[in-house]
Every structure is written in structure tokens, then in C-alpha cells.
Design a protein around this ligand. Structure first.
Ligand code: FAD
Ligand code: SF4
Length: 468
């Protein structure tokens, strides 16, 4: 078959669908929604890839995975080699294969996507990583000889783990300091089990440990120790990846009533404190009949779908703009709707009602005006449109910001006006030469893969600083 005919043949193959748990069943369990591709389906999907010479998909990947190369190995029937290829650039492929917004990254620039559907790169990444975990010995990549240099990584989210893994492979002695009692950052305390099983996060954390990284839990830097104390203790450089986990509230009356949670607290109680494993764990969390979740992003959807699984009868997402402006992934919006989450668009809560406990929410209807600084049409209240929503639990998922606990102890590290660390986008270097930073604490809330990209670039820069 000629090259052109082969290409046409590949373009005729339909993108494989991801098998999923039935919506009626999954709305009341925490098992994973997406079930993963079979080996046969993965090979079929891999055979759609055109092996483009210019590899546009690689440019769309913040951690520069050689995408056509790993896909080719799946097509050739060697998923173990595909997993090894992925791990040359990405220490957390089973996580990225599940939660990365590929539709706006590698898949958005895939050549096949110009005329039809792009190659399902994320699904193939997940397949190779899961296959390796189920069938193969985990093969450790080659490691450089010890450099005698020590690096402290603050925060064990995707940014910190990636930087730590890469530095360990380059021969440095790396310690990760984590404030919580479990590693993983948002991957562990934020993203729910039904989207990202915790066993998978722990498997990838173990992989980073096996590269030689030490992870110390329950260590709040800026409180348990200062960064200055770590330097005095012999660390040569630090990478700060503490995320942006401080919840924001609306500042409306009634927000201090019992039954109002920040999404952060609600999800932490469910995930990290294991309320989702009731009755094995009897974690205090309000189980309500009618739940309102305020916000339109992934965090709002995760909270709403968690509330359903914790037994709520009605769960409503309350969002002040329309569906078109929702920042959440389209796939997640569809999943939530299939499970029975209701959506109240163009609605703004103005007061939470109740005496001691929440019993309702007063809202205003909105209409869309001119675009604001975010480029989205500004929601404008419609006068006299007040109405009440009967709810007994409210979850605020309107965003998070930087926690000043560590940065307030580092006056020499420059912050921007919102309290995020100013760092060079190419290297992560801050205003202090041996302090680097990356992930959400630099960019504000973003994505797993962007935090990983920042961790990777910082590892390269720290290595060059320590070895020049
Ligand atoms: P984090 O993951 O926030 O990790 C920071 C870590 O630092 C935490 O473990 C924290 O405890 C620790 N820490 C903080 N302060 C200190 C201190 N002083 N000392 C020691 N440790 C400290 N992105 C996607 O790409 N796809 C998704 O589907 C997605 N879903 C999301 C769902 C939810 C509910 C949330 C909240 C976010 C979601 N995101 C998603 C965003 C993504 O998770 C973040 O952008 C990413 O985790 C940022 O990584 P990070 O390494 O910068 O920080
Ligand atoms: Fe394959 Fe798409 Fe990458 Fe081309 S752009 S190599 S078709 S994944």
C-alpha cells in the first residue's frame, strides 16, 4: 500500500469510544466513571495516528512527550515500551491520561482533528500506563551519578512531584516537604475518586519515590520550618510548588451558616478524609437532600457529582453566566448532566437563608451584557428578579487564591499584586537566585499538566544552576 493510500486508510478509522459506567449506576458509587480501553481498542485507536513528520501534537504537550513514538509502540503491540517512552518525559502518565484537558492541548492541534476527530491521545496514554501497572515490572529510567547537591521541593502536587522526579534522575538528593498527611496535592485532596482513583495517584507517587525522592508529610514550610532553616540545614536550592488552595467566598450574608462549605473543604472531607468510604470511615460531612453548588468550573462539577454520590436527592449548579461561558471541560459537564445534576444558569446568589443551618438561598436572575476583561460577556442582574431556592447545603466553588503562609516568611521573594510568586516562565527562577517556583502558586489555578511543565522546566534550570 502506498504512503498516501495508507494515510487515507488511517483517516477512515473511527475514533474509539471510551467505555463508561452507566450514569444511573455510577451516580451512587465512587468507582471510576471511565473504564479504560481494551488492548484491541487501543491498537485500533493507535492505528489512526498519521505519524506526522512535524509532530504538531508534541508542541501541544507542556511536558514534550514524543506522542507519535509512544502511539506507534501501542500500534505495534508493545504497550510496555509505550509506557517507557511516556515516562522519558512524564512521571505521571496514568494521571495525565485521566485528567489532562487534551482537547485544548495535544488533541487540539492533532492533524486528524482538522477534518475529523483527533487521535484520542489521552486515552492511549492512560491505556499504556495502566497496562504497565497491570502487566509489567516498572522499569526505572537511567539515573545520573550523585552530584552531592540537595534540593528542597515544597508541595507534593503535580508540579512538585515532576520537579522532584526529574532532579532525582539528574543525580540530586531531593526532599519533598508536604503540609498534608498524604502526597499528591489536588490530585489527592481535590479530584474525586470517580475521576482519578487514589490508588493510581499513590502508584505514581511511589514511582517518584522509587526514583530516590524522599517525601516528608505533615511539614508546613513557613511554619514547621522556614525555608531559611532548610538552606541552613544544607539544601542548595528550593522549588516552591504550593498550589493556590485558599478558597474564595462571595462575601454575601449567610455565608457563615452551618451547611456552607468551600469546595476545597467539601472535597477534602470527601477525598482526603475519606468520607466517600462511609461506613468504613465516619468522617463528619453534611449529607444533605438539596445541594446548591456555586460556580461553573471543574471544581464545581466535582463538588456537585460528589454531593450526588454522598446521597443528595437534588443537586443544582448555580452559575451566573450561561453554559457557553462555563470554564469546565465539556466532557465533565456532559457526565454531570447524565448523572442528574441540574443547572441553573444566569443566576446569582445574593443571600444564604437560615437560622443556624442553611434552609435556602435568595438569588437574582442575570442577563449577559458586553464582554468584560476576561473576554466573556458580563452577567448583569435583572432588577426585581429575586427568587428563592430551597437548599440545605451550599458549596462555594468560585475559585481559590494564593495562601500567604509561606510567602509571608520570604520577603525577598517578589510577589505580584494578587500574592502569586513572580517567576521566569522559562526557568521558574524567582527574585532569589536559588529559589524557584512553578504551578498554581505562579500562574493561579491552572491545570495538572501546566504545573508539571513548570516543574520540568524548573528542574532543568536548577540542575544547570547547581552544576555550572
Ligand atoms: P497543588 O496540586 O495544589 O499542590 C500543592 C501542594 O502543596 C499541596 O499538597 C499542599 O498541601 C502543599 N502545600 C501548600 N502549602 C504548603 C506549605 N507551606 N508547606 C508544604 N506544603 C504545602 N486540572 C486538570 O488538569 N484537570 C482536571 O481535571 C482538574 N480538576 C481539578 C479539580 C479540582 C477539585 C481542583 C481543585 C483542581 C483541578 N485541576 C484540574 C487543577 C489542578 O489540579 C491544579 O492546577 C494542579 O494540581 C496544580 O498543581 P500544583 O503542583 O501547582 O499544586
Ligand atoms: Fe498522530 Fe495527531 Fe500527532 Fe499527527 S498530530 S502524529 S496524527 S497524534
Amino acid at each position: 500500500m502506498g504512503e498516501e493510500a495508507g494515510k487515507k486508510g488511517r483517516m477512515m478509522i473511527q475514533r474509539v469510544k471510551m467505555p463508561e459506567q452507566d450514569p444511573g449506576e455510577r451516580r451512587s458509587n465512587f468507582d471510576e466513571v471511565a473504564l479504560g480501553l481494551s488492548a484491541e481498542a487501543a491498537r485500533t485507536e493507535a492505528s489512526r495516528c498519521l505519524q506526522c513528520k512535524k509532530k504538531p501534537c508534541v508542541a501541544g504537550c507542556p511536558v514534550e512527550i514524543d506522542i507519535p513514538a509512544f502511539i506507534k509502540l501501542i500500534e505495534e503491540g508493545d504497550p510496555l515500551a509505550a509506557a517507557a517512552k511516556l515516562k522519558e518525559k512524564n512521571s505521571l502518565p496514568a494521571i495525565c491520561g485521566r485528567v489532562c484537558p487534551q482537547e485544548t492541548q495535544c488533541e487540539a492541534v492533532c492533524t486528524l482533528g482538522k477534518k475529523g476527530e483527533p487521535v484520542a491521545i489521552g486515552r492511549l496514554e492512560r491505556f499504556a500506563a495502566d497496562y504497565e501497572a497491570a502487566h509489567g515490572e516498572i522499569v526505572l529510567p537511567p539515573k545520573e551519578p550523585p552530584t552531592g547537591k540537595r534540593v528542597a521541593v515544597i508541595g507534593s502536587g503535580p508540579g512538585g512531584l515532576t520537579c522532584a522526579g526529574d532532579l532525582a534522575r539528574l543525580g540530586h538528593e531531593v526532599t519533598v516537604f508536604e503540609a498534608l498527611n498524604a502526597p499528591g496535592g489536588v490530585l489527592t485532596y481535590g479530584i474525586p475518586e470517580f475521576r482519578l482513583p487514589k490508588a493510581i495517584v499513590m502508584r505514581e507517587v511511589e514511582y517518584v519515590r522509587s526514583l530516590g525522592v524522599e517525601i516528608r508529610l505533615d511539614q508546613v514550610i513557613g511554619c514547621s520550618y522556614t525555608l531559611q532553616e532548610l538552606f541552613a540545614d544544607g539544601y542548595d536550592a528550593a522549588f516552591i510548588a504550593i498550589g493556590a488552595g485558599l478558597p474564595m467566598f462571595m462575601d454575601i450574608p449567610g455565608e457563615n451558616l452551618n451547611g456552607v462549605y468551600s469546595a476545597n473543604e467539601y472535597l477534602t472531607r470527601s477525598n482526603l478524609m475519606k468520607a466517600y468510604l462511609f461506613p468504613e470511615y465516619d468522617t463528619p460531612i453534611k449529607r444533605a437532600k438539596r445541594v446548591a453548588v456555586i460556580g461553573g468550573g471543574n471544581v464545581a462539577l466535582d463538588s456537585a457529582r460528589t454531593a450526588l454520590r454522598l446521597g443528595a436527592e437534588e443537586v443544582t449548579i448555580v452559575y451566573r453566566r450561561s453554559r457557553q461561558e462555563m470554564p469546565a471541560r465539556a466532557e465533565e459537564i456532559a457526565h454531570a448532566a447524565e448523572e442528574g445534576v441540574a443547572f441553573k444558569f444566569l443566576t446569582l446568589p445574593v443571600r444564604i437563608l437560615g437560622d443556624e443551618w442553611v434552609r435556602g438561598m435568595e438569588c437574582l436572575r442575570m442577563e449577559l451584557g458586553e464582554p468584560d476583561e476576561s473576554g466573556r460577556r458580563r452577567p448583569v442582574p435583572i432588577e426585581g428578579s429575586e427568587f428563592e431556592l430551597e437548599v440545605d447545603l451550599v458549596v462555594m466553588a468560585i475559585g481559590t487564591r494564593a495562601n500567604p503562609l509561606l510567602t509571608s516568611t520570604l520577603p525577598e521573594v517578589k510577589l505580584n499584586k494578587w500574592g502569586y510568586i513572580e517567576a521566569d516562565p522559562e526557568t521558574g527562577q524567582t527574585s532569589v537566585p536559588n529559589i524557584f517556583a512553578g504551578g498554581d502558586i505562579v500562574t493561579g489555578s491552572a491545570t495538572v499538566i501546566e504545573a508539571m511543565g513548570a516543574g520540568k522546566r524548573a528542574a532543568r534550570a536548577i540542575h544547570s544552576l547547581l552544576t555550572k
